[in-house]
Each structure stands twice: as C-alpha cells, then as structure tokens.
Design a protein around this ligand. Structure first.
Ligand code: FAD
Ligand code: SIN
Length: 541
C-alpha cells in the first residue's frame, strides 16, 4: 500500500473545503496541502446553491440583532446562542473576502447590493448571484485553489476511513483519540492508499442522498459523518433533517431540482390541487414561514388530497423580473415543459439539509485531536433544530475561516507519524452490482418512509430493524471487499442508523423533527382550525 505524506489533508472541495484551503495555503506557503474529492472537484452541494448567503449589515431595515433573533427562532430553542452571535457578527468580513476573491453578487440600478428575502427572515438580507450563487462561488474558489503551488487536488479519490492511533504503530492502541489522515480509494487506479497528515479537515458535506427524494448532489451520502463516527468522534443532532418545501416534482430523478425559496420571497404562493392557497391556516407568516412549517404544511395538504405534488404559483411576478432573478429555474422549467409565467410549477418537499453532524467547538475542532470539521458535515451549534434559509453558506465560510486560523496557530506543534498499518480491506471488482443497487434503493425507501417530514415510533423502530438487517447482510457478503459503490453504501447505512438512533431517543419535537406520537395535539389543532374555517365559509356562503 502506497503512503503519501501531506501537512494538511482536506476532505471535500465544496465551499467549506476550498475556503479553508485557500486561506490556510496562503498563510503557510511552505506547507503541503492535499484536497481530495469523491467525484469531479466541482460536484458538490455548493454548486447547486441557489438563494444565496444571509449576511446582515446595520442598515435602516436590518441589523445583526434581527438576524440573530431569526436564526434562534428557526432553531426552535436548540441553537447555541454564543455561536449564533459569533457567526452573524463574522459574516460581513467573510462576504468581503469572497468578493475580494472575485465572487460577484447582484446589484440593483443604484449600484447597491440586491438583497433577496427568504422564509423565516425578518428583512431582505440574502446576497446572491441570480439563482446560481453556489456555482459562482464554487467556480471562483476552485480556480484560485488550482493556482496554489502548495496544493494538490485529487479527484475521484474517496476517503474510506480516518486513520487514528489504532493504525499507527507505537501509538496508544485501542484508544481512538487522534486523527492522522485517511485511507483513500483512488477510483481510477482501483487502489487504496494512506494519506498521512498532520491536520485533517472534514468538509464532506451533507446526507440528502440517503433519502429517496433529495435536492442534494450525488456526493452527499454522509461519508464524513459516518467516518468520524466510526473513528469515535462525537456526532450530534442527526435527527434534524431539513426538507426543502419546493423541489420540482419529477418522477425517477436521483436529484430533484430546487425551486428556490427566493421565488416565494418575490411573491409566489403555494396552492393545493384545487387551486387554493393554504399557508394562511398554518402560520401568520404564510408562504414565508420557516421551512419546517411550510414543508409540514405541504405534507399535510398532500395527505388530505391524496396527491403526489402541490403547486407553486409564480404568475403574479412579472415575467421580466422572474427571468432576470431566476434564469436557472426558468431554463429547467422550460425543459420540463412548464412556463412559470403562465403555468403553476408542480412541487414536492425533498430532503435538503442535515442540521446535525460532527460536533465541533467554536474553532471547528472535533472531539478527535487534529481533526477539524466545517460546512454541512459539522454540527457547530448554529442551526439547532432547523436551519434558517441561506445560513449554510454563511456557516461554512465563517467556520472554514475559524478552522484555518486555529490550525495555522497549532501546526508547528503537530508531527506527521510517518508510518501506518495497511488498510484491512482490499479493492476488488464487484460481481453483483445489481444487488448493491437493490440494497441502496431499499435503504433509501426505508429512510423516506421511516423519518420523512412526519414520523412515529413504529416507523423509526421498523426502519432501524430493516437497515440493521441490510447492514448485516452486506457485511456477510462483502465484508473484506472495498469498492466505490460499497463504501458509499456502507456510509449511507451508518448515516441512516445515526439518524434513526437519534430520532428514537428524542422525547420532544423541535424544528424539523416531528414524531406524531409525541405531539398529536399539534396536528389536530391545525386540522380543527381548517375545519372551522371551512365551516365559516360554508356559513358565509
Ligand atoms: P459540499 O459543497 O457538498 O462539498 C462536499 C465535498 O466533499 C465534495 O467535494 C465531495 O466530493 C466531497 N466528499 C464527500 N464524501 C467524500 C469522501 N468520502 N471522500 C472524499 N471527498 C468526499 N445554502 C445556503 O446557505 N444558501 C443557498 O442558497 C443554498 N441553496 C442550496 C440549494 C441546493 C439545491 C442544495 C442542495 C443546498 C443548498 N444550500 C444552500 C446548502 C449549501 O449549499 C450546502 O450546505 C453547502 O454548500 C455545503 O458545503 P460543503 O462544502 O460543506 O459541502
Ligand atoms: C433556496 O434557494 O431556497 C435554498 C436556500 C437554502 O437552502 O438555504
């Protein structure tokens, strides 16, 4: 097995990994950096981000205090207030750095930034580049990182497992307290190597692909969280999976196209199959309530109408404005045969964001020494039980910066171990890929049925049973083999179990987590209000 030494190993090339690398490699030009990514470097959740970045400046209409309040309200009592304050306060500086790095944000006719509105925000504060903000960031950052002489990017290189004390001869065995890099599968060479590093950064993104319907990139299979958990790192809040209310409804897609919340920010409204609006029954903020409320309201309307999708009505927005703000959405709808200026867009909630992850402190340090985590794979305390729209890119930038500052300070005290044990599994071609695909589809279905928008104890326990069985069968049949599809499936199953185990332990509903056994009255209250309203209408008629 080949062993490569690097000072810094960054796992992931989305906004978190690239931003960390750019800052740290500039600060330490004499050190070596290796960035690995599972697919093409650009493929990530970052590249699909539409709405933008929530940053609040002190103006007539907005203030950091208002942003803090909105974030805490969305997080439903489970945010870490100190972290929320810190992230909101550090946002403007990170935004300025992005702009310095060449990232462009839209401006209005007066030359001022064009700030968009999204659900749960009390002011327009979303900096955006039309509806392709993520792609703009990804492209610009990647181009900068590629130019750094001390950075090597390895694509189609999947981290399989983190290297801890257990694999380093002479170190304390059976005590996984320090991280020394990762074993990596080079997909094109079909080979496993060890990347030994002094500092390792997990920036592996989210978990959406463990569900049947998701807005997430193909790379979002929970790898970083699963690896960290196997290595003994502390994982937190995995039950808090956020569903985006409005993904374009299309059958049999591995990724559902997103219809940005900024569209509702411009005045679009949700309608049921009868053409009636309904958000007024669920929240005073109507279509701009926080995501958990809007997504559950849609779920409830879908159940009531026995249909598979509802509608987003954008016809009140001027066609010119719509095309200017949402060119990607217009292009995608056109491909699907929909003209949003004349027809309503069929939408459905879709798994979108993992609010939990690898637990970190305010510097992005995890519970394993020399292992940092930032971006969607980290649980920093910002989101609590529900992420406020467009706070994710903000969190990734602020924490990539914090990880960078802290690791620059610490690197001189950390040594590279130099030698590592061979990885226990070997690359082998798969004899039965169809079987793996079956396991994968079964696990996705189980997750979607088990812990969707509304869950209950029976569903969670049933899910745990099925997924544990799939895991056992996989182990029995493929225990000694390593292969791209297998490692993804193993990580997906470990992620599933982390989500379900956290779900089964929760005694209280909060934010995006809703177990109907715990809060049956809340559903009934909505139903009662609706029936009352219908009765009133009947009386009025
Ligand atoms: P990612 O950008 O997902 O990058 C993960 C990286 O890790 C990839 O390079 C991948 O290849 C790599 N990786 C994964 N596993 C491995 C492995 N085993 N080995 C090696 N590499 C690995 N947030 C906002 O704030 N505003 C928005 O407008 C917004 N819109 C969104 C729209 C969509 C459709 C989606 C899906 C998300 C959106 N989000 C938005 C959320 C936000 O985009 C993500 O949370 C954020 O981009 C995550 O960045 P990241 O760097 O942590 O991960
Ligand atoms: C969107 O544009 O609706 C996505 C914003 C986000 O996920 O924060």
């Amino acid at each position: 097995m080949q062993t490569i030494k690097t000072d810094f190993l960054v796992i992931g090339s989305g906004v978190a990994g690239l931003s960390y690398t750019l800052k740290t490699a500039r600060a330490l030009p004499g050190h070596t950096f290796t960035v690995i990514c599972k697919s093409e470097p650009k493929e990530s959740n970052t590249r699909y981000a539409q709405g933008g970045i929530a940053v609040s400046l002190k103006t007539e209409i907005d203030s950091p205090e208002k942003h803090i309040k909105d974030t805490l309200r969305a997080g439903d009592g489970l945010c870490d207030k100190k972290i929320v304050r810190m992230v909101v306060k550090e946002g403007p500086e990170q935004l300025r750095e992005l702009i310095k790095n060449g990232v462009k944000f839209d401006r209005n006719r007066n030359g001022k930034f064009d700030l968009a509105m999204e659900g749960g925000h009390s002011a327009s504060r979303i900096f955006h580049r039309a509806d392709f903000t993520g792609l703009e960031i990804e492209r610009k950052m990647l181009a900068k990182v590629r130019k750094m002489k001390n950075v090597k990017i390895m694509d189609h290189a999947s981290a399989i497992d983190l290297i801890t004390n257990e694999q380093i001869p002479g170190k304390e065995q059976n005590k996984k307290s320090t991280c020394y890099g990762a074993y990596v599968l080079l997909e094109k060479k079909k080979d496993v190597i060890a990347l030994l590093s002094r500092i390792t950064v997990l920036a592996t993104g989210g978990v959406g692909q463990v569900f049947e319907h998701t807005t997430n990139a193909s790379t979002a299979t929970g790898d970083g969280i699963a690896m960290a958990s196997r290595a003994g790192a502390r994982i937190k809040h995995m039950a808090f999976i956020q569903f985006h209310p409005t993904a374009l409804y299309e059958k049999n897609k591995s990724r559902n196209f997103l219809i940005s919340e900024a569209v509702r920010g411009m005045g679009a409204i949700l309608r049921n199959p009868d053409g009636n609006s309904f958000m007024e029954y669920y929240d005073p903020a109507r279509d701009l309530a926080t995501r958990d409320i809007v997504a559950r309201a849609i779920h409830s309307e879908l159940e009531r109408s026995f249909t598979e999708f509802l509608y987003l009505d954008c016809r009140s927005i001027s066609k010119k404005e719509f095309v200017k703000h949402f060119p990607t959405i217009v292009a995608r709808c056109t491909t699907a045969g929909i003209d949003p200026s004349r027809q309503m867009i069929p939408v459905v909630p879709s798994a979108h964001y993992c609010c939990g992850g690898v637990s970190t402190d305010q510097h992005g340090r995890t519970s394993l020494k020399n292992l940092y985590a930032c971006g969607e794979c980290a649980e920093t305390g910002l989101h609590g039980a529900n992420r406020l729209a467009s706070n994710s890119l903000l969190e990734a930038l602020v924490f990539a910066n914090r990880c960078s500052v802290d690791s620059v300070k610490r690197i001189d005290k950390i040594k590279n171990p130099g030698f590592v044990k061979k990885y226990a599994l070997e690359y082998k071609p798969l004899l039965n890929e169809k079987e793996l695909e079956r396991f994968m589809s079964q696990s996705k279905k189980t997750m979607s049925r088990g812990v969707g928008l509304v869950t209950n104890v029976e569903k969670i326990v049933g899910g745990l049973k099925i997924l544990n069985e799939i895991k056992k069968e996989l182990e029995k049949k493929y225990g000694r083999v390593i292969h791209q599809k297998l490692l993804t499936l193993r990580n997906m199953l470990d992620t599933d179990l982390l989500i379900l185990e956290d779900s089964v332990k929760r005694r209280k509903n909060a934010g995006v987590f809703f177990n109907e056994n715990l809060d049956f009255n809340k559903i009934n209250l909505i139903e009662v209000n609706k029936i009352k309203e219908v009765d009133n209408n009947l009386v009025r008629v």
